[in-house]
Write a protein that binds this ligand. Structure first.
Ligand SMILES: [Zn+2]
Length: 276
């Protein structure tokens, strides 16, 4: 069973190649059974006349209702006039969504701010999983430098979250340090292998990781902390198939590969005993 994280879902009127039909087609093309679908960020809906007043989490819950292949993660509206954070997180939970995607750079959310800590506190209470964008995104790095993720892990020991892109090329080592620093007795920080393929010329782009880095990640953090992600619709079927083939060819155990490609995410989001 292959279960991938990190697909951004959009209303087809806003982004045809990001629609639910396009996502299900991509899953079929890549032999993927299930995926986590993220709600759009609220600013993306606000700027459209058609979806101006639509709640992004309600929209997602409706869009994926009855589709057993998709699991929803909400997003938090940080724009002026938004509902209190606590209410938003509780609503995400009430809608049956299983986590929250946070993009500190795109949403301009300092991850150690009071607002952010309100999200973590409520998410921890509701048992929601968080996926953070990490690494380059043309925004002040001080708002989401890797060291601050250590503070989140320290302050919220029962909060489980993933570092998508594992810090990218430049912050990979720091992301690894944050994971190792917090996962010895109570593993709750995960690596998101999302958009980490090297460029066609073999060199690393801003989010690329080398095979050796991924193998080192598994060696240092174990076989239960790494989760494969799609980055749909920014990445297409060819890219995703190649990424899966690379994972299957790594010098890691078969168990580690199965865990990366779905088992860890499945256990994290759906096991009743909680920890993987
Ligand atoms: Zn993303």
């Amino acid at each position: 069973m292959i279960f991938a994280n990190h697909a951004h879902l959009y209303p087809r009127q806003l982004r045809e190649d990001g629609s639910i039909d396009a996502l299900l087609r991509l899953l079929d093309d890549c032999g993927i059974d299930k995926a986590v679908a993220f709600a759009p960020f609220s600013y993306r809906l606000r700027e459209s006349a058609l979806f101006h007043d639509v709640d992004q989490n309600e929209w997602l819950a409706q869009e994926i209702a009855g589709c057993e292949r998709l699991v929803g993660f909400g997003t938090i509206d940080l724009l002026e006039g938004a509902a209190p954070i606590r209410d938003q997180v509780q609503k995400i939970c009430a809608l049956g969504l299983r986590g929250i995607k946070i993009h500190p750079a795109a949403q301009e959310l300092p991850i150690d701010s009071e607002k952010a800590f309100e999200i973590y506190a409520q998410a921890q209470e509701c048992g929601l999983f968080l996926s953070f964008h990490t690494g380059l995104h043309w925004h002040r790095i001080r708002d989401y430098r890797m060291l601050l993720f250590d503070e989140i892990a320290y302050n919220f020991p029962d909060l489980h979250f993933s570092l998508e892109h594992v810090g990218g090329y430049s912050f990979f080592r720091e992301a690894l340090l944050v994971m190792c620093n917090n996962n010895r007795d109570n593993p709750h920080v995960y690596a998101g292998l999302t958009s980490v393929e090297p460029a066609a010329n073999g060199l690393c782009g801003p989010w690329s990781l080398t095979n050796e880095e991924i193998e080192t990640l598994i060696f240092q953090t174990g076989e239960n902390q790494t989760i494969f992600g799609l980055d749909f619709p920014f990445k297409k079927a060819d890219y995703i198939r190649a990424a899966m083939a690379r994972i299957r060819a790594l010098r890691i155990s078969e168990t580690a590969k199965e865990n990366i490609l779905g088992r860890t995410l499945e256990k994290r989001l759906f096991s009743t005993e909680g920890s993987v």
